[in-house]
Design a protein around this ligand. Structure first.
Ligand SMILES: [Zn+2]
Length: 140
């Protein structure tokens, strides 16, 4: 068993799910590929490599992962859903020209605002900054 397979099995067990072949293979695929892939890209790559999968299976597998917090859904330009494997509570940058998505480091400037103004129980936080990436900035 490779390290990545082991990691996937561990993560799936930790949230109380059974590490079935398709769950392990799906998560392993997500860990070993570029982050923020669209669901269609994930579908197609998995279907190519693992003939036993149906689109419906992959879709429900991803839904369970989102529900259990293993991955999160993130909406890029045009509202297209992307799968984010880096966990919750971070900040995204989206380039408005080319659609590049990047995870960025921020300071906790809005933590106090959130805490003071809401009575809700907060389980995660997502902030998105939009603008131009370095490449698109230079092409202007
Ligand atoms: Zn760009």
């Amino acid at each position: 068993m490779s390290d990545l397979t082991k990691k996937a099995v561990d993560v799936i067990r930790k949230v109380g799910l059974k590490p079935t072949a398709q769950r392990v293979e799906t998560l392993e695929f997500l860990y070993s590929n570029k982050n923020y892939q669209s669901i269609d890209t994930i579908f197609n790559s998995l279907l190519e490599n693992y003939k036993v999968f149906s689109k419906a299976t992959i879709h429900s597998t991803l839904e369970i992962f989102v529900e259990k917090g293993i991955v999160s859904k993130f909406y890029g330009l045009n509202g297209e859903a992307r799968i984010d494997v880096s966990g919750s509570n971070h900040t995204h940058f989206i380039c408005e020209k080319c659609g590049l998505i990047d995870k960025i480091k921020t300071y906790n400037v809005d933590d106090d605002i959130t805490r003071k103004s809401l009575d809700y129980e907060i389980t995660s936080k997502e902030t998105t900054y939009k603008g131009l990436c370095n490449k698109c900035k230079d092409e202007r």
